[in-house]
Design a protein around this ligand. Sequence first.
Ligand code: ATP
Length: 132
Amino acid sequence: MDWREKRKQRGIRRLFFSFVFASRGLWYVFKNEQNMVIHMIIASAVLVLGFVVGISPVEWVILLVVIGGVITFELVNTAIERVVDLVSEDYHPLAKIAKDVAATAVFVYSLIAVVVGLIIFYQPVLELFGFK
Ligand SMILES: Nc1ncnc2c1ncn2[C@@H]1O[C@H](COP(=O)(O)OP(=O)(O)OP(=O)(O)O)[C@@H](O)[C@H]1O
């Protein structure tokens, strides 16, 4: 069955194929984008740190939203890069703007994620190392 036929599916089968396509997308970006690997490593370290210092339920929610946001922006950034390359691989000022703006979206959200991480972990990490 090719992808056009899969797209015509309805109900549970359609849902199943949506998950298959989504997991392929995630795997593709993980394999091909170094930044995604870096995001995943940092996210894993932060999650482990969350367990170690014992952050509150609200802090967990904030952390998960922020981590999910960074990963989602990286996925959308890669999708935009590939669509731009599909339209033309030649140099074009608009292609440059599209890719630069998409990359900036990831950068801005990542900066916010770092600040949120510092706010959540600053105090508990100091206490963990006996500075407070
Ligand atoms: N077709 C193009 N025309 C003009 N500039 C381009 C073009 N393709 C890429 N660029 C420039 O090169 C940069 C890197 O593009 P590339 O497609 O290699 O993305 P990347 O290195 O995977 O980016 P990211 O780090 O965001 O994943 C873009 O941000 C853009 O400034």
